[in-house]
Design a protein around this ligand. Sequence first.
Ligand SMILES: [Zn+2]
Ligand SMILES: [Zn+2]
Length: 398
Amino acid sequence: MNIQRWCTPHLKKAKEEREYLHCFPELSYKEFETTNYIEQQLIQLGFVVERPLETGCVAIIEGDIISDRVVALRADIDALPIKEEGEAKADFFSTRPGIAHCCGHDAHTANLLGVARVLAKHTSHVSGKVLLIFQPGEETLPGGGRLLCETGYLQKYLIQQIFGLHTSPLHKVGTIATRVGELMAAPDEFQVIIHGVGGHAACPHDTIDPVVIAADCISAFQTVVSRSVDPTESAVVTVGRIEGGTAHNIIPETVQLWGTIRTFSSATAQLVEQRMHQICRGIAQAHDAEVSLIINKGYPAVINDEKATKKVISHAHNLFGSDKVLEMERPIMAGEDFSFYQRYFPGAFFFVGSGAQESDSTHVWHHPKYNVDPGFFETAMPLMVSLAIGGSDKAEKE
Ligand SMILES: [Zn+2]
Ligand SMILES: [Zn+2]
C-alpha cells in the first residue's frame, strides 16, 4: 500500500480545483455555490451526501471492510471579507470584489475533495465509515462547527476520531506541525461603549471627555494580563479599533473600543472578563461617565486529544519521515472552530506547511496577499487519506 502513489494522479486536479474555488469565494453561511459544487463532485464519486445545515455538506463513505470504526475528516469552505492582492495569484484572482480566500479554506476544500477521489478508488482498504465534513462559516461567529454539532447530526454516527488541518504559511511545504493538548486559543470579542458629555475642546471642564476615559481603559486593560493572570498561563487582551470624535476642536459624546481576548482555559477567560468589568466600572465611577463592556464569547480553545494527535504524528512519520514532523513547543493564539467537534469527539487538528518563498505564500493568514503553495497538497492529501483508512497505525491494530 503506497498512499503517496494513490494520491499522485489527484494532485494536479486538487491544485486546479483550489484555483477554481479561489475565483468564486463566498462569505460565511452564504457558501451556496461552493456547496453545490462540492456536492456534485461527491455525488459523481457515488457517495451519499447529506446537508445538515443550509450550506456545507457531509459525505459518508462506506468501506469494504466491515467494522464499527467511524472516522471524520473536516474541511472548512468559507472565504473572508477582504480585498485580495498579490501577483502570484494573478491567474486565479477572486472574481468577487471584497471577498477572497485569504485563509486557505479553498485549499482545504480542494484537498478533501482529492481525498474523496482517492478513497473512492480504494474502498477495499477502508474499514468502517469515513465522514468527510465540508463545514460552512468557520470565520464568523457562532461558527459552522458549532451549528453542525448542535444539530446532533454528527453524534448519531458515533464518530471515534475527527481530524482537521490548516494550511500554514509559518511552516515550509512538505512539513506538518501539531502538538498534544493546547494548540489554539479561545478568541472572545469585546466592545466598550463610553458615554460622556460632549462640548467645546477649549472648555473641557464643562464636559466629560470620553477620549480621555478611553485612554484610561486601554491603559488599564494592559494590566489584566500583566498583573492579574498567572504568569504561567497564556492570555492576550488587544484593543484593535477605536472610534470617536469628528474634529480636533470638539470633545465627542461617545467613544467606542473593540478588541479581542485570547485564552486557553475557561477559568482564565472568566478572570479576564471579571477584571475588565471591574476596570470599566471603576473608571466610569472615577470620571462620572457611563462605560459599558460587552463580551461576545467566541470559539473554545483547540485542545488536541492525545491519542488522536499521536496518530497524526505517527502517520506523518511513516509517510514523510521524522524530519518533516514538528511537535510544536507552544500553542498559537489564533482561534479555530474545530474546537466544537473536540467537545463531542476525540480530535486532532494540525498544520500542513504551505509556505514557499517563490509562490508568495509566506504571508500570514488573512493577509490580502495570502497564498497557498500547491506543494501543500503533496503532504495534506496523503496524510488525510492515511488517517481515513487508519491502516498504518500501530496503536490502532493493538
Ligand atoms: Zn481565517
Ligand atoms: Zn482558516
